[in-house]
Write a protein that binds this ligand. Structure first.
Ligand SMILES: NC(=O)c1ccc[n+]([C@@H]2O[C@H](COP(=O)([O-])OP(=O)(O)OC[C@H]3O[C@@H](n4cnc5c(N)ncnc54)[C@H](OP(=O)(O)O)[C@@H]3O)[C@@H](O)[C@H]2O)c1
Length: 349
């Protein structure tokens, strides 16, 4: 049977639909030692932060111009935090910042351009303020099943993982400067529904074999979870925590590279099993601000609660997380710094 390109893209949309619905059916159990919240999939970001005063706190939100990032910035600023929000376009970041009430500061950041990540970190550092919350939210999802490389590495992995890897590294001493601080990595359920069976493809980071957008996106989102997991171990005993999360399935601009058929597929999933944008930002805001999570690090959250996801997955694979850190550091060696007193050079650990 011959499948033309249009049909294939239709199947990709359908496969996203199917995988996300299958993801819903996975077993999830509570994580020992992490308090269970009274919030759930229907809670909004405003609800999870009700009564929380973030005056004097500084948050950095990557990808503040639309969807979950914009709502996260709006809600954190409404609680009194100063929010630094990023976009690839400084003008779009300015517009987003102007659209919310509170104190915000726009910065330019293209996670696919490591020089831009370094420049963004320098801009944020020049504010000379501790950072209380670093929310690695920005994300890219392709839509044409055309593999793209950035400096020889597959594009989703570069933007969604390596760009944030450098940003966290270069802001780490600013996080240490806060009394307590949190790194929040916005991942996705695709980290276990759509990532490669064997996990991170250390021998094929250019994704030369079996490329698919969803597979590459899931691969990068698995890297998000493992990065946070490894950071949490490395930061144990410090005042910085690191957690990752799935925000839910939300009809945002994440489908900007999809064709009409795929967009329709995502809309169906969002309508059946999805959330509003206000609900979609709830888990990020909860993990960034809840006092109940002061001591929680290394957990993966869905619907405002830390969960252990059942079935085959690599979300809790510590050796894979260690290797990911080493490999990421090798790839980005020119751009990461040896932070004193934090001593970020994870491969030495
Ligand atoms: N929506 C969902 O159903 C869903 C599900 C699971 C996980 N997520 C995750 O949630 C996060 C937010 O996604 P969203 O749904 O809110 O999508 P969105 O509306 O498309 O927002 C993505 C944000 O990322 C920024 N961005 C895109 N490419 C970038 C790059 N190369 N460098 C820097 N910034 C970049 C965009 O800003 P500019 O275009 O202005 O640069 C935008 O502000 C992502 O990490 C996504 O993977 C979303």
């Amino acid at each position: 049977m011959k499948i033309d390109r249009r049909q294939f893209l239709g199947y990709a949309g359908a496969s996203l639909t199917a995988s996300q619905l299958v993801g819903c059916s996975r077993s999830r159990t509570d994580v020992d030692g992490v308090p269970r919240s009274n919030f759930d999939a229907e809670s909004t970001a405003d609800e999870v932060t009700a009564g929380i005063d973030l005056s004097g706190k500084v948050a950095v939100v990557t990808g503040c111009t639309s969807g979950i990032g914009l709502e996260t910035m709006r809600v954190l600023a409404s609680c009194g935090a100063t929010v630094v929000g990023s976009s690839r376009s400084l003008e779009r970041a300015r517009q987003a910042c102007r659209s919310v009430t509170g104190v915000t500061s726009p910065v330019q950041l293209d996670l696919g351009d490591f020089e831009s990540v370094v420049a963004c970190a320098e801009t944020i550092r020049s504010l000379n303020t501790p950072i209380d919350m670093l929310i690695c939210n920005a994300g890219y999802l392709g839509g044409g099943n055309d593999r793209e490389l950035i400096n020889g590495i597959e594009k989703h992995f570069v933007i969604n993982h390596l760009g944030h890897f450098i940003l966290v590294n270069r802001l780490l001493d600013r996080l240490f400067a806060a009394r307590r601080s949190r790194i929040v990595v916005v991942s996705s359920r695709t980290s276990y529904t759509d990532a490669p069976e064997q996990g991170i493809l250390f021998d094929d980071l250019e994704f030369g074999r079996n490329y698919g957008d969803l597979l590459a996106y899931g691969h990068s989102k698995l890297a998000n979870v493992l990065f946070s997991l490894r950071l949490s171990e490395w930061l144990r005993g410090t005042r910085i925590t690191s957690n990752s999360l799935h925000p839910g399935i939300i009809d945002t601009d994440i489908d900007r590279h999809f064709n009409a058929v795929m967009r329709f597929g995502l809309k169906i999933v969002a309508a059946i099993a999805g959330k509003t944008i206000e609900q979609g930002a709830a888990t990020s805001c909860y993990v960034a601000t809840s006092a109940a999570l002061d001591a929680t690090s290394g957990a993966y959250f869905e619907d405002c609660n830390a969960v252990i996801v059942g079935g085959h997955n690599h979300l809790y694979n510590v050796p894979m997380a260690k290797k990911l850190m080493q490999v990421s550091e090798q790839i980005t060696a020119e751009y990461v710094v040896d932070q004193e007193p934090a001593h970020w050079k994870v491969s030495r650990l």
